[in-house]
Write a protein that binds this ligand. Structure first.
Ligand code: NAD
Length: 428
């Protein structure tokens, strides 16, 4: 699959077909699960600040709700496509199943670039997205959450619009809300921390000490920053991070061989996770081309930016010393690269397991919102650690027992759970 031909939906279906074959699923179940159950594609007209009206394209795609209400993020991205949303909706179904939370899978998005939109225009977009879908969302139908380039502020605008339209309070309608307004403590940290809980256990299995390990990270947004925070708190060293440069329209890698200073990097990073290149140079970072994050001499690689980053071409740059790849991002590795990684004997922790911490904590947030009773941060983080560690070991045990990849093992567990729920409901 070349970079140009990359299609995440085709990749998600390819991964599913292989697992369906291994599980011996019948034709009806395969047809049911290899495509989303429902899709909404709609126009969102927005009056822009200059008085013109612009039409944006919005999506919500619900893949499966056999195990509970649909759950999934909403992305604002200029390159958003229906197929990206379809793939992400499918991966959400496997993600909620692999960590065994009672939710299904969905994903949403709007084709737009928030860099070019004022806050008022972004608010109008959030409200328009909810108006386009209101009858098809809700705490017991489909629960949105933040994703790339959407934040707790966007979630609160969406919640407010939903409550205006339906009447009353419904904080369980959406997750990723601000703390004090229905948000859960620990939600911000949850995806990045979850990635590192799986890395911690994987390193232990490999007999490696985390405080002697070095990592290179792609991305410096929500997932990456919190993953780095926990990895460093365990004594690990992160030597490089990469991020997008909006002005140059390319990515850069920022390296410090004795370890990046998270606090300092955060102070020179904007709200989109873009590190200021000039300030990084002043702070003594080496600035390398964006793709070089993958070519570092490290034990752990952490792709935490976008899909299709480890592909047939880039996989060649991975150094022999790399032992673990933990997919913080969704879909960063193509099937062709997956095969090479397995040949190289690198232990890859797949996206829908590694980054399931966000979905798990979203579930905790929804539970708290529905109860209108909120837990302490320590309670949330402890529950998250337990869920992620249990899910990791279930997949890892199966992978070792059957001598298969961790991705295949996690898929086998997740798809079997969803298939069983569909069958027990009498859908097939
Ligand atoms: P974000 O928008 O906060 O950060 C994205 C980061 O990627 C930014 O630092 C940006 O500069 C960087 N980036 C963009 N293009 C790049 C490129 N070509 N090279 C290098 N860096 C680049 O997003 P996020 O919430 O951290 O999400 C990152 C990934 O994790 C996405 O794939 C998302 O779907 C996935 N994910 C996020 C969550 C969550 O809770 N936020 C949960 C599960 C999965």
């Amino acid at each position: 699959m070349s970079a140009e031909a990359f299609n995440p939906y085709r990749m998600a279906q390819q991964q599913f077909d292989a697992i369906a074959e291994q599980l011996g699923l019948d034709e009806a179940l395969r047809a049911l699960l290899r495509a989303p159950a429902r899709e909404y594609h709609f126009n969102i007209p927005i009056r822009m600040d200059d008085g013109r009206v612009r039409i944006f394209r919005g999506f919500r795609i619900q893949h499966n709700a056999a195990r509970g209400p649909c759950k999934g993020g909403v992305r604002f991205h200029p390159q958003e496509t229906a197929d990206t949303v379809r793939a992400l909706s499918m991966w959400m179904t496997w993600k909620t199943a692999v960590v065994d939370i009672p939710l299904g899978g969905a994903q949403g998005g709007v084709i737009c670039d928030p860099h070019d939109l004022s806050l008022r225009e972004q608010e109008a977009l959030c409200r328009g997205w909810v108006r386009g879908l209101v009858g098809n969302l809700g705490p017991d139908r489909d629960v949105p959450a933040p994703d790339v380039m959407t934040s707790s502020q966007h979630m609160l605008w969406m919640l407010d619009e939903y409550e205006v339209l339906t009447g009353g309070h419904a904080p369980g309608f959406i997750t990723g809300k601000p703390i004090g307004l229905g948000g859960s403590l620990g939600r911000m940290e949850s995806t990045g921390y979850g990635v590192i809980y799986t890395v911690r256990e994987a390193l232990r299995e490999l007999g490696l000490r985390i405080d002697e390990c070095r990592a290179s990270v792609q991305g410096f947004g929500n997932v990456a920053q919190h993953a780095i925070e926990l990895f460093q708190s365990y004594g690990g060293t992160v030597i490089s991070v990469s991020s997008w440069d909006q002005k140059e329209q390319t990515a850069f890698t920022f390296r410090k061989q004795d370890g990046v200073d998270l606090k300092q990097l955060r102070s020179i990073t904007n709200s989109y996770g873009e590190i200021n290149r000039e300030k990084a140079l002043d702070a003594g970072y080496e600035v390398l081309p964006g793709e070089e994050w993958i070519e570092q001499e490290v034990d752990v690689l952490l792709p935490a930016a976008l899909e299709n980053q480890i592909n047939r071409d880039t996989v060649k740059g991975i150094k022999k010393c790399v032992r673990i790849i933990a997919e913080g991002a969704n879909g960063p590795t193509t099937p062709a690269a997956d095969a090479v990684i397995r040949e190289k004997n690198i232990w890859l922790i797949p996206d829908f397991l590694a980054n399931a911490g966000g979905a798990t904590c979203s579930y905790f947030e929804q539970v708290q919102s529905n109860m209108n009773y909120y837990w302490t941060k320590d309670e949330v983080i402890a529950k998250l650690d337990t869920k992620m560690t249990d899910a990791y070991f279930a997949a890892s045990r199966m992978a070792h027992r059957r001598d298969i990849s961790l991705r295949d093992a996690a898929y086998l567990i997740a798809v079997a759970r969803v298939a069983e729920a569909c069958a027990m409901r009498g859908w097939v």
